[in-house]
Design a protein around this ligand. Structure first.
Ligand code: F6R
Length: 612
């Protein structure tokens, strides 16, 4: 979802750095891009292009053709107005006094537009961004200073924004403001940067500042000043980014997604090692102790997409191990349905980016009612991480491919640790079971490695089904949760229609879609449900389905029923999702490749969904 980069320096040419930064934000998804660069006191030069960033690079000779040391850049993911060069950012006021880029959605843009039209403004684009820029221009003309214009505009705008602005009267300066959309600031020597995400500037600096909601900042070469919404200067501590640029590069793999699939053992290991000390689960870094765990009366897990699928798996694990009632909610529903929450309830928000608009709104909904919130978050310093009462970090590192893999696996690992800690604190897990569960949890990484070592078999099968039209995934219990994720991977990167069904539910309508040659994938990792799902597979086979089974080593009788089978190592069944999901991720990946699709940046999708 839209990416912002800004750079100001004494001597260095800005445009190549802006383009380089934008290329590191490509994973967020975009349909057009643009830069605005100023050479000293001269007029700002704006260059935009529809489509890939390479178009903009070509137009500007990789930035070399655009002179100047201060500039802002943007990749746009259309929300208001079609993807086009006109609608691409940066936008400027009619006299070029204010030039800016924006990420987010301005909810009251119509009302502001009408007001500005009454004051003589006209609009060239259909974007809410042009409205924001002209609103700042209006206040600038009325009150005279950029700081005053920005605070006035911030007070007037409803919605979310990360804004980067340049003012004609302030050469060499970039102004940035933020509410509910990510924005970070970096400083290194005589260079200052802004960006939507760390990878954009990591090559240049590790020292970053997180600008909070309703704050703004002024960047000059090598310096940054922060202000609150009253326009008062505020102090901020910088944070040092520990991971390196290599973590955000492809490292020899053909695609980020394949690299991240292979990073799952490390992501899970790092996440587990951060909470398991001397064979005991220690959640103190997240501010969670046994007293707190004993007090919880109920849990709501709230998330979107794959993170919600983690919640579905976690529900089975937590209820089984800790006997605490859990409900799993889509954040986009939770935030608007006036949920009934208990005083001692724990609301868990799961999010890789920590910036997903619906998840953030759900968190605020729960917090606003005085309910304790726990964020299971990957991005340090993200909005959800900062606003949740407690944060359990997943240590997956930067995830670049739009379709999540390693963050999903790290989220599962964090939720297992929480489930086991809950069960233990509530006296439901004795010493022996506790030791065995921890042992099995710690075996997940090497078992994922084993699955990855046999990926050619999956690749072969995927190539056979690259032309499939529909795929159904069926399973029961935790296997159903695995199916949800397998099916989403198939849809989002292969563009093949697929559905995940609780195996027993298929016959209540959907089975009518089964016909000759349709691929049905059965997931069977739960011993108590195994025979039941086999029966459901037989039902669809008799209607012509082609069957793939996914089960654990030892269940070789499955081969009497299915046409193709994949085995994963045995593990405590509570943790089976962590293993069974891997072949399904690989299936989605290889089918996408076989179909010649852009696997890391699937159409219509964005990495971080910061709008509703
Ligand atoms: C699917 C995927 C999305 C995200 C969802 C939530 O592969 O990546 O479904 O899981 O948009 O994102 P986060 O976890 O950043 O809140």
């Amino acid at each position: 979802m839209c990416g912002i980069v800004g750079f100001t320096s004494i001597q260095k040419q800005a445009a190549p750095i802006l383009l380089d930064g934008l290329s590191k934000l490509e994973y967020r998804g975009y349909d057009s891009a643009g830069i605005a660069v100023r050479d000293g006191e001269k007029e700002t030069e704006i260059v935009k292009a529809k489509g890939k960033l390479s178009e903009l690079s070509q137009k500007t000779d990789e930035g070399r053709a655009v002179r100047g040391t201060c500039g802002i850049g943007h990749t746009r993911w259309a929300t208001h107005g079609e993807p086009s060069e006109t609608n691409a950012h940066p936008h400027s006021s009619d006299d070029g006094e204010v030039v800016g880029v924006h990420n987010g959605i301005i909810e009251n843009y119509k009302e502001i537009t009408e007001r500005l039209i009454r004051h003589g403004y006209s609009f060239k684009t259909q974007t809410d961004t042009e409205v924001a820029i002209k609103l700042v221009d209006y206040y600038l003309k009325k009150y005279g200073s950029p700081a005053e214009a920005i605070t006035r505009a911030m007070l007037r705008i409803r919605g979310s924004y990360a804004l980067a602005l340049m003012f004609k009267s302030c050469p060499g300066e970039i102004w940035a403001a933020r509410k509910d959309s990510p924005l970070i600031i970096g400083v290194s020597g005589q260079d200052s940067f802004i960006a939507s995400d760390v990878p954009a500037i990591l090559k240049y600096t590790r020292t970053v500042y997180y600008i909070d909601n309703l704050e703004f900042a002024k960047l000059t070469p090598g310096n940054v000043t922060f202000y609150n919404i009253e326009g008062e200067e505020i102090e901020k501590e910088s944070v040092t980014i520990e991971w390196d640029t290599e973590a955000a590069e492809k490292g020899g793999f053909e695609h980020f997604m394949l690299k991240e699939i292979h990073e799952q053992p490390t992501a899970v290991r790092d996440t587990l090692n951060s909470v398991i000390k001397d064979n005991r689960i220690d959640l103190s870094a997240a501010g969670i102790d046994d007293e707190l765990l004993k007090e919880i009366s109920r849990i709501s897990i709230v998330a979107c997409g794959s993170a919600w699928h983690v919640g579905v798996a976690a529900q089975y694990v937590i209820e089984d191990l800790a006997r605490v009632p859990v409900r799993v909610e889509l954040a986009s529903e939770f935030r608007y349905r006036d949920p009934i929450l208990e005083e001692k309830e724990l609301v868990i928000i799961i999010s890789q980016s920590g910036e997903t608009a619906d998840s953030l709104a759900a968190l605020r909904e729960a917090k606003g009612r005085g309910i304790r919130t726990l964020g299971i978050v990957n991005v340090v310093g993200s909005s959800i991480a900062r606003e949740a009462d407690n944060v359990l970090y997943t240590l997956a590192g930067p995830e670049i491919a739009v379709a999540t893999t390693k963050a999903y696996s790290a989220q599962l690992a964090a939720s297992y640790a929480l489930a086991v800690a809950l069960g233990r604190a509530r006296g439901l897990i004795d010493d022996e079971k506790y030791a065995a569960l921890i042992q099995d949890m710690l075996s997940i990484p090497e078992k994922i490695e084993k699955i990855l070592s046999d990926k050619e078999r999956i690749q072969w099968f995927a190539s056979k089904f690259a032309g499939a039209r529909d795929v159904f995934f069926i399973g029961r219990g935790i296997d159903y949760a695995i199916c949800l994720e397998g099916s989403l991977k198939m849809k989002e990167i292969s563009y093949i229609h697929s559905e995940a069904y609780a195996a027993g539910e298929l016959k209540h309508g959907t089975i009518s879609l089964i016909e000759d040659g349709i691929l049905v994938i059965g997931v069977l990792t739960q011993q108590g449900l195994y025979e039941k799902t086999v029966s459901n597979l037989v039902e669809v086979k008799s209607r012509g389905a082609y069957l793939m089974g996914l089960t654990t080593y030892g269940h070789y009788a499955i081969e009497d029923t299915v046409d193709f089978n994949i085995y994963v190592p045995k593990i405590d069944e509570h943790f089976a999702a962590s293993l069974a999901v891997v072949p399904l991720q690989l299936m989605g990946y290889y089918i996408s490749i076989a179909r010649g699709l852009d696997v890391d940046k699937p159409r219509n999708l964005a990495k971080s969904v910061t709008v509703e």
